[in-house]
Ligand binder design. Sequence first.
Ligand SMILES: NC(=O)c1ccc[n+]([C@@H]2O[C@H](COP(=O)([O-])OP(=O)(O)OC[C@H]3O[C@@H](n4cnc5c(N)ncnc54)[C@H](O)[C@@H]3O)[C@@H](O)[C@H]2O)c1
Length: 327
Amino acid sequence: MKILVTGGAGYIGSVTTAELVQAGHEVVVFDNLYQGHRQAVHPDATFVLGDLADKAALAQLFTNHREFEGIINFASYTLVGESIQNPLKYLCGNLVNTANLLEAAVSHGVKRFIFSSTANLFDAPARIPIDEQELIKPGSPYGESKFFIERLLHWFEKLYGLRSICLRYFNAAGATPTLGEDHSPETHLIPLVLQVALGQRDQITVFGHDYPTHDGTCIRDYIHIVDLAQAHILALQAVDELGSQKYNLGNGLGFTVLEVLEMARQITKHPIPAVAGPRRPGDPAVLLASTEAIRRDLGWQPRSPDLATIVGTAWAWHKTHPHGYAE
Ligand SMILES: NC(=O)c1ccc[n+]([C@@H]2O[C@H](COP(=O)([O-])OP(=O)(O)OC[C@H]3O[C@@H](n4cnc5c(N)ncnc54)[C@H](O)[C@@H]3O)[C@@H](O)[C@H]2O)c1
């Protein structure tokens, strides 16, 4: 298939692009490099520098590269904390940017759309693991913006026949030998912990030690980046038959912050000092995905569910790329 990947220079987008190319698809990456890295884009993918806010750039993209058979939309503002400081950047920015893309997509006859949604839709889950019936209660303007887009996609199917699959990711983590996580600022636990092992940070702060979990720290569901990428390829292949769907996408396994820290100590052989900090507002005790629906409908199954592989691949990449994609 000929696929447009927006945000394909970013962490998840670059790995998905590489997996798509390896599976024989033709990929065009559209990214404004706001967070992404040109070097992360697979050499066999076509790169187009552009911003979803720029309707003229989108019109040019769809005119120059006719007949996309599917779109995977990773491009987004992504920081929960920033969205609390600057809600309109997210509530309006993410919504309008995606609306621009959708408008261009339907006017050029695109019928398949895969969307990066988030576990931040579930601020106060009633049941663990979290399944697709869970009440949506976004934990931040970031999560709310993703929910707005899920609703937009509902109407685009009803009115224009655009079929979509929303994948609500839990915590993307790990790396391939050549592609890894290089965000600025970095807010994710595993790269932050590894920065301590690299000597780039003195210590890590563990926020909250009194959660109702076995060691008092938050439990999160870490999914290996290649397993996450594979779910997009399966979703593209299945969307015609399944119609529009929403899936929670994690490993289905939870690890506490202290367990991640301990695994990173074992793998890096560095003591990684940690200090206790207060709970952060809006951090639920446990976020753990039910993987039943995505396994059943897409035949997806994680190949690297174990924490040792997730942290080990991330460490291998950070060791060989101590300054990320910068030389
Ligand atoms: N990383 C996670 O654990 C996680 C969890 C849940 C959801 N998500 C979602 O997955 C997607 C990818 O996340 P990521 O961690 O790879 O983020 P990322 O920041 O590494 O990648 C996003 C990419 O989109 C590009 N981009 C942003 N705004 C753009 C715009 N207006 N026009 C064109 N390009 C633009 C950035 O330059 C970047 O390359 C995001 O939508 C994010 O909200 C990520």
